[in-house]
Ligand binder design. Structure first.
Ligand code: ADP
Length: 458
């Protein structure tokens, strides 16, 4: 089976979040199952392809996966992927509609007659429409079927209606794109793709109801026969404390004392009080409403009375300010880093005792799976993919692998922190649990097989 995999970010070439992790790892998993995959992404600033022609660059990943970088310096040669501090780039409609159209053109040019075109999120969700508009009668694309994966329904690619003409589509397509007086790239993808999936079974259900439907729940319900959920996974070549070059001391579940040593080195680096018996809670996240920063900020003064917190992330300036003033007040117990930093992220996963994911909603979440591998216990709100992966230890000691709070509130979050804290003082149970979670397997092997089934059904 031949697959063209489109993503606006792919690790290690460009990353702002989980989409890049998935796009960097799933194609490798598919290749291992014998599929022929090519990845398509924009040629952003700083990427150096192994070869370069007028309209695209090429590199190789995995055994033999070609990465095709769509070139348009006017659109992609910028410091950030989607926005500046002032907001989204005003020409994102042109930038990502071009990405979709050009990818189809290049597919034909290089003669990659694929069975599946796998689109990801709004940035590539216009492709099924373009395929229909421009290539419906083209033999080259006759067998091509489209799959759209929604990594986060909250991001839909919204633009003003008067920009429709810039898309080069016939007027008849307007209803596929229009909703609430806006053009909506994701809506057209949901309507036109042969299969739509999201990144966890729970989120696939949640988005078909009003509360988590982000205004598209009725569209998803209309197409529910083709909507499903496949849980994401992580790449254990990237996330593994046994081979992680970013941490102080490599370790695995058999030598967890080295995890404790990592923690003390980290406390020293961060300027926190050096004490392996103080609970250290970590977080690596976009700092937005979605990620639960509102309830976390409210809970922080209580948490910081007895515990330490380290947070790495960027996002909403409102939360930068709130967290910065907390960090100023609690320099010994709260270390805040408002930036994107891979090395620091690895250290937080490795050196924390507990990893915080108080997300209001979470399509899948990768950090809880990464945390498991580092014997760091996730503390999560029961939503979406977090609900599908984390079982509360206090409720079920045999299957429990972290701490879960059901109600989205500051109090419920604090209660979970207290439960984590009491386990932390019971060292034998803690070590047993840390060993067990490190052995959990969320590798792409299983998820890639599910994607093959999805491709076949398309
Ligand atoms: P998202 O909704 O942001 O995609 P995910 O949990 O799916 O959330 O994935 C987030 C990924 O991005 C994880 O690999 C996480 O470690 C990484 N990440 C998020 N913020 C930062 C940051 N500031 N620095 C480094 N890595 C980050």
């Amino acid at each position: 089976m031949k697959v063209a995999f489109l993503s606006s970010e792919v690790f290690p070439f460009a990353k702002t979040g989980g989409l890049a992790d998935v796009a960097g790892a799933l194609p490798l998993g598919l290749e291992k199952l014998g599929l022929e995959v090519k990845i398509f992404m924009p040629l952003y600033k700083g990427i150096k392809p192994e070869s370069l022609s007028e309209d695209f660059g090429l590199s190789k990943v995995g055994k033999n996966i070609e990465v095709v970088f769509i070139k348009n310096d006017n659109y992609y040669l910028r410091d950030q992927l989607y926005n500046t501090a002032q907001g989204d780039y005003p020409d994102n409609l042109q930038r990502f509609s071009f990405f979709c159209r050009k990818s189809l053109e290049v597919l034909k040019k290089i003669g990659f007659s694929c069975d599946i075109i796998h689109c990801n999120d709004w940035q590539s969700s216009l492709l099924p429409l373009y395929l229909e508009e421009f290539y419906k009668k083209d033999k080259f694309f006759k067998k091509a079927r489209t799959v759209l994966t929604i990594h986060n329904l909250a991001f839909q690619g919204l633009f003003s209606l008067d920009q429709f003409d810039l898309l080069g589509l016939s007027k008849g397509y307007m209803p596929d794109l229009e909703i609430y007086s806006k053009l909506n790239f994701l809506k057209s993808g949901i309507i036109k793709a042969d299969r739509v999936n999201t990144v966890s079974p729970s989120y696939a259900q949640e988005i078909q109801a009003k509360e988590a439907g982000c205004g598209l729940d009725h569209i998803l319900r209309q197409h529910s026969h083709k909507v499903s959920g496949i849980l994401n996974a992580i790449d254990y070549n990237v996330w593994n404390p046994d081979s992680d070059k970013a941490i102080y001391l490599q370790y695995d579940k058999k030598n967890l004392d080295k995890k404790a040593q990592n923690k003390v080195s980290f406390q020293k680096e961060l300027g926190l009080k050096k004490d392996k018996n103080t609970l250290l809670l970590g977080m690596v996240s976009r700092l937005t409403e979605q990620k639960g920063v509102d309830i976390l900020s409210g809970a922080m003064p209580s948490i910081l009375k007895n515990h330490q917190v380290v947070i790495l992330g960027t996002g909403d300036p409102k939360y930068h300010d709130i967290l910065s003033s907390l960090a100023k007040k609690h320099p010994q117990s709260f270390s805040l880093h408002i930036k994107f930093d891979e090395t620091l992220a690895h250290r937080i996963y490795a050196c924390s005792d507990v990893f915080l994911l108080p997300s209001r909603f979470e399509p899948c979440g990768l950090s809880q799976m990464i945390s498991f591998k580092y014997s760091t216990l996730p503390l999560v709100h029961a939503t979406g993919g977090l609900k599908d992966t984390v079982v509360d230890y206090t409720r079920d000691k045999s299957k429990g692998n972290g701490f879960v709070f059901l109600q989205y509130s500051q109090e419920a979050l604090l209660d979970a922190v207290e439960r984590a804290s009491s386990l932390f003082s019971d060292k034998d149970s803690l070590t047993a649990l840390q060993k067990r979670v490190a052995g959990l397997n969320f590798s792409w092997e299983t998820a890639a097989k599910d994607y093959v089934q999805l491709y076949k059904s398309a």
